[in-house]
Design a binder for this molecule. Structure first.
Ligand SMILES: Cc1ncc(COP(=O)(O)O)c(C=O)c1O
Length: 567
């Protein structure tokens, strides 16, 4: 048979097309294998499913027996709930009143009030255990609300409060005095900025520094620089990791649009490393070392506490090994390794996660506590990566702006913070830091075990999370018992407790006593009654059935009753 040149060309193109599609298919397959099997690992599916979940709620009867508890247990729960509600109404009267009044105008308060507990229980909880979100003073490790109640602060001001509120009051005040002559002049710099940059270079071991207004913006800038210098498009983030609320790094539920240039991969996985080696479009990998406490799991919040599956287990050596492997692959493939230390920077060690795990990043973001109590975001990086223009292509630049970047008052408070790190008192706080906080977590766990309470804590140094040891549907109630015992949590409840390093042994002992008292009261009130047939899986299955049935009811109603499309 004679092959004409046109036929040969046709087959050639066909073969090339098949080869390209096979390669593309293989890439897709490897990418999908590198995703975590949980919903957090499949961000697009998770976002779609989130839209599918209809609102429904338990009535006053089912609220107390949604786990199939018998009548006497439900009655005990009801009595406990009413008692707690009474305590709230009397003890926090003014704080609750002011919060409710302000919530009319503050959308943030409305959101956080709604998302404290799983939505099925939301209405009754809000009616009887309303939010009391106002405080008017801080002292030592305590906060005082509008009713004069002094409670232990376990919120850590979202992680900002590392060294104690009194410390930050001073850094802000002393800093303000130092820049008073200049005032809030922007565009020019107060000379303090140069010293800050020098100290940050020392701490980070990197060459240059840029200042921003928040952690989110620092991450935005780090990613933008990585894209600019590598001329690649995609960002890798690991499943569950939070890096601020900018679209590209928050492709999960909560972001109305899909992030198209982000890969969410499984952390601590060889498959993820394989993807990094194979994909040529990856500009950078973002690591949030806080995930070492619960790799591949989203920040734990009580609004998602539908069972007791929340787990955490920190293994420093294993996570350090993972970071080393990641470092090696990023170097091999010219991918920029970014450590997002906005949360853990200065908390794990003075040199942050780089020092703690013994791994160097190309870019590091800091924020929170570094502002000395004022808002800030910082990028430290290698000189070649920090450059925002190209010598040979003057129009090809990488822009970073922000009106309030390098605000003199922030620079001054930061300067106070950075100098304080060098004092013997603060230095002493870092000595045997892990040993101290591990022992403290152990002490609480020992007390909880001795009292046969189904609660334990896991910790990454001074960052703790509460875990539950038996299947249960009412674990989220613990946050209310803790509050009644004078322990203040942030709106995500028992998902995260953040201690400042000025907690003394006596303070910690008081917290432990109160924690055990709160959990004991909750147990006494029957919330941890155990349905012998119940497992975390059966709980989730029941909830899934409820959701499907509710959705189906709506579809039926829309089609048969109203003739309308379901919402
Ligand atoms: C690791 C990490 N990156 C970025 C951010 C965002 O920082 P900010 O809230 O200052 O924008 C946070 C905030 O919690 C964070 O924990």
């Amino acid at each position: 048979m004679q092959w004409g040149s046109a036929t040969l060309a046709f087959y050639g193109i066909g073969a090339a097309a098949v080869a390209t599609s096979v390669a593309a298919l293989r890439k897709r397959l490897e990418l999908s294998q590198a995703k975590h099997p949980s919903l957090s690992g499949h961000v697009r599916i998770a976002r779609r499913l989130a839209r599918f979940v209809p609102f429904y709620e338990y009535d006053a009867e089912r609220f107390f027996c949604s786990d199939g508890a018998p009548h006497d247990i439900a009655a005990r729960r009801r009595a406990g709930f009413n008692q707690l509600s009474q305590t709230y109404r009397t003890r926090f009267a003014e704080t609750i009143r002011a919060t409710a009044e302000a919530a009319e105008s503050l959308s943030d308060l409305q959101f956080t009030a709604a998302y404290r507990v799983p939505f099925q229980y939301r209405r009754l909880v809000r009616a009887h255990l309303p939010s009391a979100s106002f405080v008017e003073s801080s002292r030592g490790v305590t906060l005082t609300d509008l009713d004069g109640n002094r409670s232990y602060d376990l919120t850590g001001a979202y992680g900002v409060n590392l060294l104690g509120y009194d410390f930050y009051k001073e850094t802000i005040e002393r800093g303000a005095v130092r820049v008073r002559e200049l005032g809030p002049v922007l565009g020019f710099y107060h000379p303090l900025i140069a010293e800050n940059a020098r100290m940050l270079k020392e701490i980070s071991g990197l060459d240059e520094v840029s200042f921003h207004m928040s952690g989110t913006e620092a991450v935005m800038q780090a990613v933008r620089l990585a894209r600019y210098h590598t001329r690649r498009s995609h960002v890798v983030r690991f499943c569950g990791a939070y890096h601020g609320w900018w679209d590209d790094v928050q492709p999960v539920v909560g972001n109305p649009i899909a992030a198209r240039q982000t890969y969410t991969l499984t952390e601590m996985s060889e498959r993820a490393l394989r993807v990094l080696r194979k994909c040529r479009n990856i500009a950078c990998v973002l690591v949030n070392p806080l995930q070492a406490l619960h790799p591949n799991v989203s920040p734990p919040s009580d609004s998602a506490l539908i069972d007791s599956a929340r787990g955490a287990d920190f293994d420093k050596a294993r996570y350090g090994e993972w970071l080393k492997k990641l470092r090696a692959v990023c170097s091999e493939c010219n991918i920029v390794l970014i450590f997002d230390e906005v949360f853990v920077g200065f908390r794990l060690a003075k040199g942050g996660a780089q020092e703690y795990f013994g791994v160097r990043a190309d870019l590091v973001t800091y924020g929170k506590t570094l502002g000395g109590g004022l808002p800030v975001g910082v990028v430290c990086g290698r000189r070649d990566l920090m450059k925002r223009y190209r010598e040979d292509r003057p129009a090809d630049i990488c822009l970073a702006r922000g009106t309030f970047n390098s605000h003199p008052y922030v620079m001054a408070a930061m300067n106070e913070f950075l100098h304080a790190l060098k004092t013997p008192q603060i230095d002493a706080l870092y000595r045997d830091l892990d040993k101290l906080w591990n022992a403290r977590a152990h002490m609480l766990n020992a007390r909880l075990a001795a009292a046969s309470l189904p609660v334990r804590v896991a910790n990454l140094s001074s960052i703790w999370t509460v875990c539950y040891t038996q299947p249960a549907r009412y674990n989220w109630m613990l946050q209310y018992y803790l509050r009644a015992e004078g322990l203040l949590l942030s709106w995500i409840g028992t998902g995260r407790l953040i201690f400042s390093l000025n907690y003394s042994d006596a303070d910690l002992a008081a917290v432990v006593d109160r924690f055990v008292a709160a959990a004991s009261a909750m147990q006494r009130d029957g919330w941890w009654w155990r349905n012998p047939a119940s497992t975390d899986r059966t709980i989730r299955r029941i909830l899934l059935k409820e959701i499907i049935s509710e959705r189906w009811t709506r579809v039926r109603r829309a089609v048969f009753d109203d003739g309308q499309r379901p919402a």
